[in-house]
Design a protein around this ligand. Structure first.
Ligand code: OGA
Ligand code: MN
Length: 291
């Protein structure tokens, strides 16, 4: 049966079926999925029964090099023994819910701010792939926003004023907004990175706004002015018409393009219920030129 893409919102998000990504190895299907990413920005796959190893293998097949030096890795060792499999959960290595003041919890709670993954690094994250393994009995959704639609909706004068701007992204900054402080030695390992504010996406040729909670200031601008611009743009880009809220089911697998979207976790009672997802993210390296 041919795979189909069902659009989930008027502007972006596609649900792909029928497909078992563990069995997808051929170039043609992988290319179809990459083209789907270029069109939809986020793809949802239901019932993908990945083991950790299978998820890592698929991520590499899909987009090459995995991102392994995550901000969480700075705070402590990963319980899966592989830093490329990011632990998006509220539990420790024994499966117990993290204490309210646990540093991994107080740091990752910042996922509730609109962001793109690893924008504070160079290369930043390209595709993030999140697999839902244990879900709470209450809604604990992830929201997405389409930065291409947000760009398209700007007036021409605003677009022109943004085109040359560069932005410094820093996780030390974004965490400090919620009151989390890194130690001096952790800061040394988290210097941040500079990226253009407007980017042209190679697959679709569309332009998008590259924004995130990590966006700390506009390069060569006074800090307050730059921060105000970034706040205004995030407010614009996360209006209802550009966003979609994903309600997780067990073994959902969602891939998003960090260059084309932002996302954020929605709150739930994480002191009462377990929620465990595993993330693989690829690096935004130049793509090999294929004949
Ligand atoms: C992530 C992330 C949101 C969530 O995995 O990068 O931001 O809902 N997750 O857990
Ligand atoms: Mn994230």
């Amino acid at each position: 049966m041919p795979i189909t893409f069902k659009k989930l919102s008027p502007v972006f998000m596609g649900e792909v079926s029928p497909i078992d990504l563990r069995q997808v190895h051929d170039r043609e299907t992988l290319e179809t999925l990459r083209a789907g990413m270029d069109e939809f920005g986020v793809l949802v796959f239901r019932n993908q029964q990945f083991t950790n190893e299978e998820q890592l293998e698929f991520a590499q097949r899909f987009d090459g090099t995995l991102h392994a030096k995550t901000s969480v890795a700075v705070l402590g060792k990963n319980r899966f023994g592989n830093e490329a499999l990011t632990d998006i959960s509220n539990v420790n290595e024994k499966g117990e819910i993290l204490a309210v003041d646990d540093r991994r919890r107080t740091s990752t709670v910042s996922n509730r701010l609109w962001h793109t993954d690893a924008s504070f690094e160079d290369p930043a994250g390209r595709y993030s792939m999140l697999s839902a393994r244990v879900l709470p009995p209450v809604r604990a959704d992830t929201e997405f926003a389409d930065m291409r639609a947000a760009y398209d909706a700007l007036d021409e004068e605003t677009r022109d004023s943004l085109v040359e701007l560069k932005v410094h992204h820093s996780i030390v900054y974004s965490r400090s907004v919620l009151g989390f402080e890194f130690s001096d030695s952790e800061r040394d390992r988290l210097k941040g990175a500079v990226h253009p504010l407007v980017r042209t996406l190679p697959g679709s040729g569309r332009k998008s706004l590259y924004l995130a909670s990590h966006a700390a200031h506009v390069v060569d601008w006074p800090v307050p002015e730059g921060r105000l611009l970034l706040r205004d743009l995030i407010e614009h880009a996360t209006q209802r018409e550009f966003t979609y809220r994903h309600e997780w089911q067990p073994f959902d697998f969602v891939i998003w393009d960090n260059r084309a979207t932002m996302h954020r976790a929605r709150p739930f009672d994480d002191k009462k219920y377990r929620r465990e997802l595993r993330r693989t993210t690829t690096l935004d390296l130049p793509l090999p030129v294929t004949a």
